[in-house]
Design a protein around this ligand. Sequence first.
Ligand SMILES: [Zn+2]
Length: 409
Amino acid sequence: MDVDGDERKIRQEIVQPPGCNADYLKLYYGKLFPHAEMFKWMSYGNDGKHPACDPSYFGRREFSFTLENDIYVRFQSFNSALQLENSIKEKCPFKIDIGPVYSVDPARRHAYAQAGDNVFIPVERELVFDIDITDYDDVRYCCSGADVCSECWPLMTIAIKVIDTSLRDDFGFNHLLWVYSGRRGVHCWVCDGRARRLTNEQRAAVTDYFRVYKGNDNSHKKVSLTGPALHPFLERSSKVLTPFFEEKLLHSQNLFASEERFEKVLELIPDESVAAHLRGEWQVNPRSSTSREDLNVVRWERLKTKTKAPGLRRCCEEIVFSYAYPRLDLEVSKHMNHLLKAPFCVHPKTGRVCVPIDPDRCEEFDPTTVPTLSTLLEELNREGLRDDTENGMFSNNKQYSWLFCFFSW
Ligand SMILES: [Zn+2]
């Protein structure tokens, strides 16, 4: 029995949503994918037009393709926009990942190794961040796993706001590209030259800056805000996270609506007698009949009152941070040679395009309305494939025109 073949077939059926197949991808790469803009972006001015440019720069960048049937091809490189475009169109990858710029052409790394000088090392790479909604599964009750909805997506929105502000104000970076991952999260590409040239140690230091929990994994507490005054970054983040928690998350996730849920909050109170007191009140009086107010708000306000003692002064902030502070996949950010999915890929499971997100308007972004491969091709069909010569990816569709302002650096 051809087990491999059967397995592959099953995997293919799972992997490909209706309308996401090789034929559709071919059309997408042929008509819509922004090859020229990707080349312009990743060249960073090293395009042969300026006297000081490095003509080998783009050719030293690693691209990796996931082809149909999960065939994974790493260390590919291209010397021109045309080469990149032709290869993508020909191989029709289900996923494109972008790696670092190496010291030498990654496709010829073996030749250099044989020559004896072991010079194949990564020398530049955007500083990248990966935030995934599945890492919030213990604090969201509307969905789990890969599902997202309008109730839990705001956790991603607030993460973009907190991290984007810090990268600009605390680190002085300017060229930030936020991208929807196509399913359940967001990526950030910090493209400033200064960021691209950070060493692994420096990357680790930047990611450490964003880490709010420095204790061990055995504690319920995942956030520890210590010291006489909060670090200015945490202070500023708190001013964004607290109103979000109180005005949105509290209701949308019904954080105090059941014993199981309020227990999770009570675990974060370091004074057991205060926690026991609140537990007692809420168990005896599961639904507050005296108030028409939202139960979640009533209980949160009560908790705030009961934790006013000097020893508990950071308690409420720690609860807010535990639920709403960005949960970054720190390993992705620490290493130069970590691959990250390219913007404008089509997610193989959802068929959705990994579109950029404008951080200044991130609350308007709704992952459920992101174009899918099939909706785009329907649109293209309606346009009658007639404007080939207008070089117009979405040229007559205002909805998408803002996507490309990111490539004008
Ligand atoms: Zn949800």
